[in-house]
Design a protein around this ligand. Structure first.
Ligand code: IPM
Ligand code: MG
Length: 355
């Protein structure tokens, strides 16, 4: 029997609870699709700092590279906020992305029909939204040099090389080819030199995808358009910081940040994780929504393991749980028939798959 080796990084806060539910669902789908999983648990984030003194121990990078894919929960929390920057959980995450070379961050924002009322926007604006933010993840202002600070000044630099823009643009166009064939590239080319290079380079790459319609939008306008008329977007191609901001904004179209998955992919390996954080305020209470992580497991099956049928089964089971009115606390006000705990939601989804 085929067996996949999955690196599990549960992390901090609600991370362990939600990853456990995704594993429950993965095991259910494996036994009904005729393959298996073995799991290797690795430390990262605050918990890794507490145990080893390093938010990203070397074994974690090695273990991740030695797996077929990484399933990730969430990291961070107030407890570690006052550590020196390089010891903070977030620094571990950035180093992890860099060392794994996962340059393309795919963040879909999909509105489930059943939850069109859950958005803070009007249902007619969000019903039918299905967009994908393709965010460059290991360059730009997050990593550019020089950077630093002294008592009166702090500085970071937004740098992109042509090669970095070319490879992320290819990802966006390839993804667009399997969707509605529209890419909107987001920049600030009216102000930033780096954005001018971005725009010119994206234009060049676009020539290789004649079927895809390319448009450009300044990031401030894009932030506004996402709220005004989100259905105009198919694939949004962005640099690191613009994508960080716009993907949080896009996530709220769906009503709860607890619903949306993401994939970070590169030449070597992919990391699959919910787009939300570790929510320390609700950790350990069994009320977190595991759907974003379960949906990330589905992306893992689709993109890393090529198990599309299994991924479809998970997606259908999530939809069914929502349409039957099962809700975790974050969505309790929206047509809930039954409020369930984190682990009940995982079991409901796993059971639908088994049937
Ligand atoms: C994200 C997060 C991270 C980022 C933080 C935790 C470093 O906000 O994945 O969007 O800014 O990339
Ligand atoms: Mg973010």
């Amino acid at each position: 029997m085929k067996s996949y080796k999955i690196a599990l990084i549960k992390g901090d806060g609600i991370g362990p609870e939600i990853v456990d539910e995704a594993v429950k669902v993965l095991d259910a789908v494996a036994s009904c699709c005729g393959f298996g999983f073995s799991y290797d648990e690795l430390l990262m984030g605050g918990i890794a700092y507490d145990i080893t003194g390093d938010p990203l121990p070397a074994e974690t990078v090695a273990g991740a590279l030695n797996s077929d894919a990484v399933l990730f929960g969430a990291i961070g929390g107030e407890k570690w906020d006052n550590l020196p920057r390089e010891k903070r959980p977030e620094s571990g995450l950035l180093r992890f992305r860099k060392e794994l070379g996962v340059y393309a961050n795919l963040r879909p924002a999909v509105v489930y029909d059943e939850l069109a009322n859950a958005s803070s926007l009007k249902p007619e604006i969000v019903r039918g939204v299905d967009l994908m933010v393709v965010r460059e993840l290991i360059g730009g202002i997050y990593f550019g040099e020089p950077k630093g600070r002294d008592a009166n000044k702090g500085w970071n630099t937004m740098v992109y090389t042509k090669d970095e823009i070319v490879r992320i643009a290819h990802q966006a166009f390839k993804i667009a080819m399997s969707r509605q064939k529209r890419v909107c590239s987001i920049d600030k080319a009216n102000v930033l030199d780096v954005s001018q290079l971005w725009r010119e380079t994206v234009e060049e790459v676009a020539k290789e995808y004649p079927e895809v319609e390319l448009s450009h939008m300044y990031v401030d306008n894009a932030a506004m358009q996402l709220i005004r008329d989100p259905k105009q977007f198919d694939v949004m191609l962005t640099g690191n910081i613009f994508g960080d901001i716009l993907s949080d904004e896009a996530s709220m179209l769906s009503g709860s940040i607890g619903l949306l998955p993401s994939a970070s992919v590169g030449a070597k390996i992919g990391v699959y994780e919910p787009i939300h954080g570790s929510a320390p305020d609700i950790a350990g209470q069994g009320i977190a929504n595991p759907i974003a992580t379960i949906s990330s497991a589905s992306m893992m099956l689709r993109y890393a393991l090529n198990e599309n049928e299994a991924a479809d089964k998970i997606d259908a089971a999530i939809k069914r749980a929502l349409s039957e009115g099962y809700r975790t606390g974050d969505l309790a006000q929206f047509d809930a028939k039954e409020i369930c705990s984190t682990s009940e939601m995982g079991s409901i989804i796993a059971n639908y798959i088994a049937k």
